[in-house]
Ligand binder design. Structure first.
Ligand code: SF4
Length: 349
């Protein structure tokens, strides 16, 4: 991929942000910390006030913490201000007020993680480091049509590797800021302005019309719990009821024993059964509990209980149910949980 068009675009359209005029390590650092949790317009306003009051690391290190916090009022996340103040003292005491260029050394400073260290090193010192903020992650994912979830470490490593190769011999400060700016202004999360994008000819997501599906996030699947109670209602001739699942639900069209579903793990008694099962006009004994099974499906856990009810006499024809012998049962396709149930209830099958 060729990034010349991107860099040219940046030089023409980049926003006039105050820290861009004099991108000293101190200015880049303060701007990055302020912007961590703050909208750009608000961030610019606070940045200007902050730099006016504390124009360099010495001024900040000599400040009273209360004055730093007062200036921060309204921005929230005050630990950022405390860390800035504390880090300024550290830089003055340990580095004579000169920011280290080395990323590992930068990361020893309070409040500076991998992202901020890479931003300071590349933007202020032109060190060859990739800055992978949310904007860059989105742009790279789309340019290379990366379909793996971006909230896992391995994908971020892949994205950084792509960005690093793309940077090539271009100036890291220019490249990183251009990527961030493209993500902020053009390659937005929703409705990216692809027709204004300098990378449109090279964008794989655009070529596949997949801009809106990239980047991908891992789906946090909430498992649901269901409680099924199956009844093997067995008459004197050895026949029993089966029912087909017809609702828009799992196992549609497959057959199973009469089922009562409850919202929790409860014990049903014979009074509950008459209401839901085809038991009228027949003499029944109490159901006897046979077995329980936790059946795991992709998104849900089925807590299944199997009961047996022995009927004296023959079963009545009942709408919605078929009466089958153990032999006839084989003609009715059943799901795996039911297969397991039959093996437990009717071991000879
Ligand atoms: Fe983003 Fe569209 Fe540009 Fe691709 S073409 S990088 S999706 S703005």
């Amino acid at each position: 991929m060729n990034v010349r068009k991107l860099l040219a675009w940046y030089l023409e359209y980049a926003r006039d942000l105050p820290w861009r005029k004099y991108p000293t390590p101190y200015n880049v650092w303060v701007s990055e910390i302020i912007l961590q949790q703050t909208q750009m317009s608000r961030g610019v306003e606070y940045y200007k006030k902050f730099i006016e009051e504390f124009p360099d690391v010495f001024a900040l290190s000599n400040a009273d913490e209360q004055d730093v916090l007062r200036l921060w009022q309204g921005l929230g996340y005050y630990s950022r201000a405390r860390n800035l103040h504390c880090a300024a003292k550290y830089i003055v005491q340990n580095h004579q007020g000169v920011f280290p260029e080395d990323i590992a050394e930068l990361k020893k400073i309070k409040g500076i993680g991998d992202y901020t260290a890479s931003a300071i090193a590349s933007i202020a010192f032109d060190s060859k480091a990739v800055v992978a903020d949310g904007n860059v992650i989105r742009v790279i994912s789309r340019l290379f049509y990366i379909q793996e979830p971006v909230d896992i470490v391995l994908t971020i490593k892949t994205i950084k590797a792509h960005a690093f190769l793309l940077m090539g011999d271009h100036r890291p400060s220019l490249f990183n800021q251009a990527m961030m700016e493209l993500g902020a202004l053009v390659c937005k999360p929703v409705n990216p302005a692809c027709s204004s994008c300098p990378m449109i000819d090279q964008c794989k997501a655009f070529a596949s019309d997949a801009q809106m599906t990239i980047p991908v996030k891992s789906k946090k699947i909430k498992r649901s719990e269901r409680y099924f109670h199956y009844f093997f209602i067995n008459d004197s001739a050895g026949s029993f009821y089966l029912k087909q699942r017809t609702n828009d639900d799992i196992w549609k069209q497959l057959w199973e024993l009469p089922l009562i579903e409850t919202e929790a793990e409860i014990k049903l008694d014979v009074g509950d059964l008459a209401e839901f099962l085809p038991l009228n006009k027949i003499t029944i004994a109490n159901p006897s509990f046979i077995a329980r099974k936790l059946h795991k499906l992709t998104h849900r856990d089925i807590h299944a209980s199997f009961y047996r009810i022995d009927v004296h006499g023959l079963l009545n024809e009942t709408e919605g149910f078929v009466i089958v012998t153990q032999e006839q049962r084989r003609a009715y396709p059943v799901h795996n949980l039911m297969k397991w149930g039959f093996e437990v209830i009717i071991p000879q099958y």
